[in-house]
Design a binder for this molecule. Structure first.
Ligand SMILES: C[S@@+](CC[C@H](N)C(=O)[O-])C[C@H]1O[C@@H](n2cnc3c(N)ncnc32)[C@H](O)[C@@H]1O
Length: 372
């Protein structure tokens, strides 16, 4: 059933990220090729891996995400015009700085403690102190260096990617491992990111997708919104992207926010703070989930002929609801399905057979939609 999967995805870089589309890149590119677009809007860019792949395959990219870390990666990979040689001395300089105690070490650094990450304050930590001390020194120096905004974004991307290599978590910062991960003993080491030659005039936005849509002139939109989780036992705020990756926000902004709870999350990621409509768990007045209504509005308002929509089963939107939403804006040209446990990709015709498949967890779907 592996149909005509012929597209090799270019190499991309990124942090560990819930919902990263690294594995799906060849299939996304395969669908993109059917449309032959020049400009592609990546409306929920996350790690920017999809944006990076699109830029490397000759497309002009408009990247957008709510999060500041995604904006930083976007600037690094899509807007930078300098060569890797330009950055090497700066990265060498940052790597050579001696570590020192600072705000990050105070809140997020732990001693080796014979393998246990629980510190004297009773809390588990995401990094060992030998690395948070280097983080403290490097982060301060990045703000002191007389560099332009995009150069700073390249250095911050390098720092975030390096920190991701030595963390002690399950892939997000909502909770930390009890026993130090083997990688947390490694020394933080920055590298020049894999920069993409600048051949197109890409653009990078940080904002709610609905604020970006009116300005986004594109031939194709790739939408990979959060689908939340239907695990009723999990507090909704904890599974939002801003909460999962609060530390990347703090490292990018270096704003020393007030923090709370065992994971020392930023207070602006607490339950009481308004979140993205795609991460809403409630039903609206119409009786539909607000998240499903947001997807309907997204597909309606985007001004492109073609949309590629990612959908993961196990979230708030049920396949039946999503099917209705898609049918109300246009026609599905193709559906691709991946089952992560089997690692199989199957091509399907639009016969609605995907709806029954989609009730099984851990399925990922890609829809190529033509708007009517
Ligand atoms: C499933 S992830 C995207 C992953 C991305 N495709 C990748 O490969 O890394 C969903 C993203 O949507 C972003 N997001 C959530 N609500 C948003 C909104 N209203 N507007 C724009 N981005 C939003 C989150 O910050 C998150 O990065």
């Amino acid at each position: 059933m592996f149909q005509d999967i012929v597209v090799d995805a270019p190499t991309t870089e990124g942090i560990k990220y819930a919902g990263s589309k690294l594995k799906l890149l060849p299939y996304i590119l395969q669908l993109v090729r059917k449309v032959k677009p020049h400009t592609v809007l990546d409306g929920f860019s996350g790690t920017t891996r999809v944006s990076q792949a699109l830029a490397q395959t000759g497309h002009r990219v408009i990247a957008n995400d709510l999060s500041v870390w995604s904006e930083i990666f976007g600037k690094c990979y899509l807007l930078n015009t300098h060569s890797p040689e330009h950055y090497q001395p700066l990265v060498d300089h940052l790597n050579a700085l001696p570590g020192r105690d600072g705000w990050f070490t105070e809140h997020y650094g732990g001693e080796p403690n014979g393998g246990c990450s629980v510190s004297d304050d009773g809390l588990k930590k995401p990094w060992q102190k030998h690395n948070t001390r280097r983080l403290d020194a490097i982060r301060e120096e990045i703000d002191r260096l007389p560099v332009a905004d995009i150069e700073r974004a390249v250095l911050l991307s390098s720092l975030v990617l390096a920190l991701d290599e030595v963390e002690s978590t399950l892939g997000h910062f909502a909770s930390y491992l009890n026993d130090w991960s083997p990688r947390s003993y490694n020394k933080l080491h920055l590298q020049v990111p894999q920069l993409i030659p600048h051949t197109e005039k890409h653009s990078v936005h940080r904002g709610d997708i609905f604020d970006v849509l009116p300005q986004a002139e594109a031939d194709l939109a790739y939408f990979d919104p959060p689908y939340g989780s239907n695990n009723e036992k999990m507090p909704p705020s904890r599974v939002r992207y801003a909460a999962y990756y609060h530390l990347w926000t703090t490292i990018c902004l270096n704003d020393r926010p007030s923090v709370f709870g065992k994971a020392k999350r930023r207070v602006d990621t607490s339950d009481t703070v308004a979140c993205s409509p795609f991460e809403e768990f409630r039903r609206g007045d119409s009786g539909h989930f607000l998240a499903v209504e947001a997807i309907a509005r997204l597909l309606r308002e985007v001004r492109v002929q073609h949309i590629i929509l990612s959908y993961s089963s196990g979230g708030r939107a049920t396949a039946e609801e999503l099917n209705q939403v898609i049918s109300s804006v246009g026609r599905v040209v193709e559906v691709l399905e991946i089952d992560y446990r089997k690692n199989v990709m199957a091509g399907m015709r639009w016969t609605n057979e995907w709806i029954s498949e989609a009730e099984t967890p851990n399925r990922e779907f890609l829809f190529l939609i033509q708007k009517s």
